[in-house]
Design a protein around this ligand. Structure first.
Ligand SMILES: [Zn+2]
Length: 150
């Protein structure tokens, strides 16, 4: 019983740790996202979805990471892919980009604007429900590391 408890604790800790590195020029293809616009290396800014299902043994959060690059500042922003509203209801549901700066959850219809500014507060319904923000850093603008410690 003690061993099982320890295993659960270890697995929970492993699932919560986030540490993922990628190259902006190759990550969209690597993740199977072949769209022409809004890729992570698009001069107009873009994003990539990194799914836990594709990286079961890596530290990519609960369902994965939405990694975004703002074209004006060059800043990277990383968000947990699991919708926080659905998570509270015990439902697995991904957020997705609806426009180039707005993301949404198809399941609960929540919406978050200003994704390019790291803004994580829900902007429709009754507000609240912040997206989980991870730390995204790049020294050279090519290799990006996403972590959940600061
Ligand atoms: Zn939702």
């Amino acid at each position: 019983m003690i061993i099982i408890s320890m295993l659960v604790i270890t697995m929970t800790a492993a699932a919560q740790k986030v540490d993922f590195m990628c190259n902006v020029h190759t990550v969209n293809k690597q993740e199977g996202q072949w769209r022409k616009l809004w890729r992570l290396d698009d001069p107009d800014g873009g994003y990539v979805i990194i799914r836990k299902a594709k990286h079961p043994n890596e530290h990519v959060g609960i369902l994965g990471i939405l990694l975004y690059k703002d074209s004006f500042t060059g800043d990277f922003w990383a968000y947990e892919l699991q919708c926080p509203v659905c998570k509270d209801r015990g439902v697995q549901s991904e957020i997705r980009m609806r426009t180039n700066i707005v993301c949404e959850c198809r399941t609960c219809k929540s919406e978050w604007q200003n994704i390019h500014m790291g803004s994580a507060c829900r902007t429709n319904q009754n507000g609240g429900y912040y997206l989980k923000v991870y730390n995204a850093e790049s020294d050279d603008g090519e290799l990006v590391r996403v972590t959940n410690w600061f």
